[in-house]
Design a protein around this ligand. Sequence first.
Ligand SMILES: Cc1cc2nc3c(=O)[nH]c(=O)nc-3n(C[C@H](O)[C@H](O)[C@H](O)COP(=O)(O)OP(=O)(O)OC[C@H]3O[C@@H](n4cnc5c(N)ncnc54)[C@H](O)[C@@H]3O)c2cc1C
Ligand SMILES: NC(=O)c1ccc[n+]([C@@H]2O[C@H](COP(=O)([O-])OP(=O)(O)OC[C@H]3O[C@@H](n4cnc5c(N)ncnc54)[C@H](O)[C@@H]3O)[C@@H](O)[C@H]2O)c1
Length: 451
Amino acid sequence: MNTFDVAVIGWGKGGKTIAGTLARAGKRVAIIEQSAEMYGGACINVACIPTKALIHSAQSRPEKDYDPEYFARAVDSRNKLTGKMRDVNYAMLADLGNVVVIDGVARFTGPKTLVVEAGEDSLELSAETILINTGSVPVIPDIEGAEFGGRIHTSITLQQAPLPEHLVIVGGGYIGIEFASMFSQFGSQVTVIDKNPRPLHREDHDVSQVVSGLLDGVRFITDATVIRISQTQDCAAIQYVWNEQEQTVRGDAVLIALGRRPATDSLDLATAGIKTTKNGAVEVNEYLESSVPGVYALGDVNGGPQFTYISLDDSRIVTDRILGDGLRSRNDRQAIPSTIFTTPPFAKVGLTEAEAEKAGYSIKVASKNVADIKAMPKPKIVGDPRGMIKVIVDADSDLILGAALIHIDAQEVINLVALAMRHKITASELRDTIYIHPSSTEALNEVLGTI
Ligand SMILES: Cc1cc2nc3c(=O)[nH]c(=O)nc-3n(C[C@H](O)[C@H](O)[C@H](O)COP(=O)(O)OP(=O)(O)OC[C@H]3O[C@@H](n4cnc5c(N)ncnc54)[C@H](O)[C@@H]3O)c2cc1C
Ligand SMILES: NC(=O)c1ccc[n+]([C@@H]2O[C@H](COP(=O)([O-])OP(=O)(O)OC[C@H]3O[C@@H](n4cnc5c(N)ncnc54)[C@H](O)[C@@H]3O)[C@@H](O)[C@H]2O)c1
């Protein structure tokens, strides 16, 4: 039996960060990854970075026509970028004297013991501290014919397939909207089907409407129940019920984007006595420790918000637990921003207007379309004055409760608003702050001046 101080299962953002930190602090660390194509985790290989590289290529293309060769070149240059990042990520751990990289699929054989299997080979190991960082996998819906393969894609396989002429996306959430925006800019015809009355149904009506409006030419079918997906050599057919009538839409590729669930199937958690929640996440306390002391779960696998920066923050909590004073916890988290990388991007933080009202706040809403904001020249300079800025303010305390920003640079400006929320900087203070000109942030002077 090989013995380590720490075993990390999965090379995700949180796991790789903490593996390096603990190794540098003198711990003997094993990092176990099931695929050599995934050294560095989902973010750099198949998720955040490659999709944003493709989005950048799509945005850089002024034409709107269907151009599969341009797409193939964009995929090729994206693959070169991710290949380089994978090599750098591998070396960051493999070059550390205290780290052993183990290739294979890990599963528990006891609370502190694992077996790693790779083909015919297997390796047993034990560690006092085990960090589960296995990420998430796409949800497969209970819809007839909804099996990945052929013309039916996950967000990962679609990125490597030929450019579809007509892409049908089932699910109008983060992935659905980002991919609809990107593929329509690559020249594909795109249809999005969602079961809810509108895409991004958790957002305020006006916000969801402005985001949908950015997606030029994309057809949205909402309030629809998909009942069957089938494929032939020529096309895929998606049958759905809308307004009590059965309808069919055909495309040459289908993307199923109905959420992602924690990747725990391969781990045999029950053998170790590690409890899971009803959606299969590792059940953890606020310090991310599972029901077995010394076994922690970081990133998507613990059922928290599915973002790379949350996995990174999970690593701060667990590092503090192992090397620090152990006080940091996920209860400290406030105002977590997120961005959907449409063109221009949609960034949000905190409560929507509807959520704030439901929570009983007395609110003021500062809202303006970007085109009407006089003191916001940046979008006009770059030629894209679409979008809106909406900020929800607590009328009693003047604190910001939430914001939705849809404009050039929104993914940057949202970090400022989130910081203001965390540090209780009031809306009036944000309104009266000096900002760079010309920038997108300076819009806050004017928009917050409306309330
Ligand atoms: C298309 C797409 C775009 C996204 N874009 C963004 C974005 O722009 N910004 C953002 O913040 N988030 C984005 N996300 C979400 C983000 O990718 C995830 O939240 C993040 O990567 C989760 O990281 P993690 O640390 O949980 O683990 P992951 O990075 O998922 O790593 C888990 C690793 O564990 C390995 N593994 C699994 N089981 C085993 C096992 N039994 N044994 C050994 N190895 C195993 C896997 O191969 C994988 O490498 C996106 C997601 C998708 C799908
Ligand atoms: N830019 C980013 O940060 C980024 C980008 C992509 C993904 N992600 C992460 O990945 C996660 C997963 O994204 P996702 O888009 O798969 O999930 P999601 O939860 O964001 O969206 C799922 C969508 O599917 C719809 N839906 C559910 N069941 C349906 C059905 N049977 N028929 C039709 N529609 C149905 C929902 O109404 C919702 O709009 C996100 O929650 C996010 O955390 C982040």
